[in-house]
Design a protein around this ligand. Structure first.
Ligand code: UTP
Length: 401
């Protein structure tokens, strides 16, 4: 059966060491093939056509400032009433950074230890203190980094967070393919797989059982954010308050673009629904288009910090998100059976993206924040969005390294 399945998909190369395997390894490989979602190999599942894109304005810094106290009060009240949970997306592989441990374990300090996880938890603890209430923190890991993440956080005593309020869940895996569309092996008895992208977080919460905790509690909103922004402000009462006050179904923190050509996904309307258009999908005309006040029409870049209403997430759990193919450095077994660790991207992983969940919401509040205070991504070793730029921004915010 399994062998037929591979034949039909023209992927029998993954059985090339099968005859050398012992009984357990044979079973392991066949079970993996049986359970793996191979539908991704069908290119007709590729990303769909975009609808009609139009600008979407944001609640600007000035507007936020005017109502800050009101928003803060609404947000703090929601936290105190146990309505807010946080979801830390930490299942990525950080291949651009080239750090082989979970990115949150990266030590960004210079003269002392300052870990990325520590920066994030420190910011969350500020809110906990302000509200005088714990906020449940769900951490999404991957098969590859789950043990390291749990062990590291336990060893560091959760950087002062309450252990009872930290819950882990593991995201799903999808097969990876080489440039010819062929499945690869990561060991003689294992097909190479990679985490299925940050869009799988809610489905993985459902599958792993942690959603039961959400359902049994009073939680109404989930604030979802990336691990690699060291200035990330989670469960920010002002943001939460503004979204609740706006009566919209979701919210997204945004920053004004540094310049028209900045390579960032921006908030827009797509066929009348809130959405995000990637920089490479924008025409020159869209990039340079301006509104009557002189601001860029597509001005507000997303920083991977979203607020979702749980009620709405439950309605869309069965909706399939578009699949994106990302070209990455992926270890593989060569024809001689050697494990190759490539220096450059060599293969594709399939991902769904959390930003595609915005399109499934009827409304979304784009909430502008100050870039220098809230956006310091650590993506690359050097240059743009790197360890150096993040260190400079941390120092600018008075954090000693
Ligand atoms: P990125 O898109 O930057 O991916 O993740 P990455 O895997 O961390 O890094 P590169 O591209 O290989 O260098 C943005 C956020 O989404 C999370 C990451 O941990 C980060 O917080 N993420 C990404 C997941 O949780 N799971 C994934 O499968 C991918």
């Amino acid at each position: 059966m399994v062998i037929d399945k591979l034949d039909m998909l023209n992927q029998s190369q993954v059985l090339r060491y099968y005859d050398e395997l012992d009984r357990d390894s044979k079973k392991k490989l066949l079970d993996q093939i049986d359970n793996l979602d191979m539908s991704v190999l069908d290119e007709t599942n590729a990303v769909e056509q975009r609808g009609e894109i139009k600008p979407l304005s944001a609640l600007t810094l000035q507007e936020v400032h005017k109502q800050k106290e009101k928003f803060n009060n609404i947000g703090v009240e929601a936290i105190q009433n146990g309505k807010i949970g946080c979801v830390l997306l930490a299942g990525g592989q950080g291949s651009r950074l080239g750090f082989d441990k979970p990115k949150g374990m990266f030590n960004i300090g210079e003269n002392k230890d300052v870990y990325i996880f520590e920066c994030l938890i420190h910011n969350l603890l500020e809110v906990v203190k302000k509200a005088n209430a714990w906020i449940p923190l769900f951490i999404m890991t991957s098969v590859q980094n789950d043990v390291d993440t749990r062990t590291f956080l336990a060893e560091h005593n959760y950087f002062g967070y309450s252990k009872e309020n930290v819950m882990f869940f593991v995201q799903e895996q999808l097969p990876t393919v080489d440039t010819q569309g062929k499945l690869m092996l990561s060991a003689k008895d294992t097909i190479s797989t990679a985490p299925n992208g940050n869009g799988g977080w809610y489905a993985s919460m459902v599958k792993s059982g942690v959603l039961k905790i959400v359902k049994d509690s009073q939680l109404e909103w989930l604030n979802v954010f990336a691990v690699d922004n060291v200035l990330q402000k989670m469960a920010d009462p002002c943001f939460i308050g503004a979204v609740i006050d706006s009566q919209k179904e979701s919210g997204s923190k945004v920053v004004a673009k540094a310049d028209a050509n900045e390579r960032v996904g921006v908030m827009c309307l797509e066929d009348g629904k809130p959405s995000i258009v990637e920089y490479y999908e924008m025409t020159d005309e869209m990039i340079h288009s301006r509104e009557s006040d002189g601001k860029l029409s597509y001005n507000y870049g997303v920083i991977l910090n979203y607020l979702f209403k749980i009620e709405n997430l439950n309605k869309i759990t069965n909706t399939k998100l578009p699949l994106h193919k990302a070209f990455k450095k992926i270890k593989y077994l060569d024809d001689k059976g050697n494990l190759i660790n490539p220096e450059e991207p060599n293969a594709y992983k399939y991902e769904t993206l959390v930003l595609d969940m915005i399109k499934l919401q009827d409304s979304c509040l784009a909430f502008e924040v100050e870039r220098e205070k809230e956006f310091a991504p650590v993506k690359n070793k050097n240059g743009v969005d790197s360890v150096d730029t993040a260190r400079a921004l941390l120092k600018l915010n008075g954090i000693q390294l």
